[in-house]
Each structure stands twice: as structure tokens, then as C-alpha cells.
Design a protein around this ligand. Structure first.
Ligand SMILES: C[C@H](O)[C@H](O)[C@H]1CNC2=NC(N)=NC(=O)C2=N1
Length: 101
């Protein structure tokens, strides 16, 4: 069942609880910085596992020591929904164990 698009205010209210996350071009996104390239690749693998669990997938970009996550909900017409924030909250919870900031 596709989620409903969130309003601009709902997005802004939710982003206030997610430092480091931002909204642009109908997506929410964040860049994590980690200590090494291999640590960044491990973070990508962990995020991918959670995305499969949630059946909600972001665009993940692996840099030298960064991981950029950008996501919206395709089934709602490529706009931001609660599913995107559910993923963001799960990633925020797992990131510290990877030394990500
Ligand atoms: C068929 C499969 O359940 C759907 O395509 C899932 C997969 N992952 C998804 N990821 C995102 N970001 N949006 C979706 O609507 C979505 N739908």
C-alpha cells in the first residue's frame, strides 16, 4: 500500500529530529563520513541489509570515506513519505556503530 506524500511542513518537522538530513528535489538525503574506505563500504552493506528488510531502497553513493544516502518513495510518485523517514531513522540508529558522523 503506497504511503501518502508528506506536506512541506511535515517534512520540516521531521527533519528537525534528524540532524544532518536535508530535503531537496523531492528527496531527503544525508552524507555520513567514516574513518576509512573499507568502513564506508561496511556501512553501505549494513544499510543495504536494512533497506531489504524494510523493502525501501535509497540511492547509496560510496565515496573515499563517505556514504551518501538519498531517498524518496517511488510508489507514491517519487515524493517523500513516512517510509523514507522510517529508513532514515533506522540508518541514524546503526550509523554510530560504524564510527559514522
Ligand atoms: C516491488 C517492490 O516491493 C517495490 O518496488 C519497493 C522496492 N523498494 C522501494 N524503494 C523506494 N524508495 N520506493 C519504493 O516505492 C519501493 N518499492
Amino acid at each position: 500500500m503506497p504511503s501518502e506524500p508528506l506536506s512541506q511542513k511535515e517534512i520540516e518537522d521531521r527533519l528537525r529530529e534528524l540532524p544532518g538530513w536535508a530535503f531537496e528535489d523531492d528527496r531527503i538525503f544525508r552524507t555520513y563520513r567514516v574513518g576509512t574506505h573499507f568502513a564506508a563500504s561496511a556501512l553501505v552493506a549494513h544499510i543495504a541489509s536494512v533497506q531489504d528488510e524494510l523493502n525501501h531502497h535509497s540511492d547509496l553513493t560510496l565515496g573515499y570515506n563517505t556514504v551518501r544516502l538519498s531517498v524518496n518513495s517511488h510508489d507514491a510518485g517519487d515524493v517523500v513519505t513516512v517510509s523514507d523517514f522510517a529508513l532514515a531513522e533506522r540508518v541514524e540508529a546503526l550509523a554510530p556503530a560504524h564510527g559514522a558522523s
